[in-house]
Ligand binder design. Sequence first.
Ligand SMILES: *Cc1c(COP(=O)(O)O)cnc(C)c1O
Length: 416
Amino acid sequence: MAAPSALPTTYSTLSHLECSRDGSRHDADVVQGTSPAGAPLLARYDLERAAATVSPADIATRAPDLWRYHELLPVRDPAHVVTLGEGMTPLLDLPRAGARLGVPGLRMKDEGLVPTGAFKARGAAVGISRAAELGVRAVAMPTNGNAGAAWASYAARAGMGSLIAMPVDAPEITRRECVVAGAELYLVDGLIGDAGKLVADAVRRRTGYQDTSTLREPYRIEGKKTMGYEIVEQLGWRAPDVILYPTGGGVGIIAIHKALQEMRELGWLTGPMPRLVAVQADGCAPIVDAFDAGLSESTAPADAHTIAFGITVPKALGDFLVLDAVRDTGGTAIAVSDDELLAAQHTLARDEGTWICPEGGACVAAVGQLRESGWLDGSEDVVVLNTGTGLIYPDTVAVDVPTLPVDGRIPGGDDA
Ligand SMILES: *Cc1c(COP(=O)(O)O)cnc(C)c1O
């Protein structure tokens, strides 16, 4: 190994792309989709060089956004970074919720505070930056709403075009986010897979568009993996015992697993891996079904439906990677009902003052179930991911309050 001083400083240590199925090596410096085997491509870095170039102490001095990990991100030239200030979201203690659930060491990584209101901004920031660096002029993708809103916004920031297709049932605010950012938007009377077919067909006919569907381009996962780096950095370069993640396409949980593996190789993290838990909703739980059946791939459920719209993904391209992340870490997969996840969302807002998205509510509900079943014994450090703000889903809260006339009176007080 060369002495560290002999190495030139480098913004990114990206070396190549690797097929997640057969390990074959592919060029990272041209626009890529999936591997020839049809599987997601994973970005690989020269981690030896990264470890010699940067340390956790160096990172501590950098700006509080996800680009603080730039050696482990794919953008080679800082001039190509497209940012709206994403990353370094709070890792909140949840003392009242933790006491209620019997897990005093409960924390929440709150992704409601990123641009566009959902953690999709991380994948979009890195994906769009790298696309811009490789000369892409427009991106096209199907979405359950939040990813489209994020990619449309970052595309606008990059001066790039965007073509987005989403189910008519996707959260309405995300349509408006796409429109205001100038996206070419289509609503589809179906599920995300139906939107994906329409987009794939359009990309075939149009020139200059990159298909940036979930796991069909390699860099969204790189943006999302920074959640894993941040959790570990925020705990003082220590991993929690358990991380729960609301799993749709699975990018986030695959990405957190990848981050943990990288940090171990870098020597920044020692000890056992946190157990990763894939949380889904009863109405769409293909990963949970496959996990319970001991299978390495999932089967799409009939009639997928849940109010946690971001996790309505009947068949994920990376399902085998999600199952691998869960099994490799000694984790589990669990589904909760819509009633349970909404109740958890409401209770958390009253306990802790934070209005989380229904997907985040699913994770909080899952903590309760895993504690009841004994899978959690209550002594663990547990981190739940809240993947977006409740503000995106205003209809999850009913408001039934009196309207007063201007000469009316608010009840209470002594002089009744
Ligand atoms: C997309 C989304 C998810 C699921 O994310 P994956 O990483 O694709 O599994 C969860 N929650 C919200 C709010 C989302 O928008």
